[in-house]
Design a protein around this ligand. Structure first.
Ligand code: FES
Length: 86
């Protein structure tokens, strides 16, 4: 499993790296505020929650709780529940 680690103004967030729409890599996407744009078809996700922000994505991306311990980013093994779409 590949994960994408985001540092937004000093707060770390982790999502699955693979886009829920296809083979895009979220860690290779463009970040605008707390939104990441997939590098493949430009669908967007809200990084903290994983909810879809724009099509063609329809399914939220999985997110993981993060803890900073002794300066290291530690990621919980089990993903958070998927974000609910509005
Ligand atoms: S693969 Fe990410 S938007 Fe299509």
């Amino acid at each position: 499993m590949l994960l994408a680690v985001f540092n937004l103004a000093g707060t770390f967030y982790v999502t699955d790296d693979t886009c829920t729409h296809g083979p895009g890599s979220l860690s290779q996407g463009e970040i605008d505020g707390d939104i990441v744009e997939c590098d493949f078809h430009a669908g967007c996700f809200h990084i903290p929650t994983g909810r879809v922000e724009s099509p063609p994505c329809m399914i939220p991306v999985q997110t993981y709780a993060v803890h900073i311990i002794d300066g290291q980013v530690c990621i919980e093994r089990e993903p958070r529940p998927l974000a609910k779409q509005a």
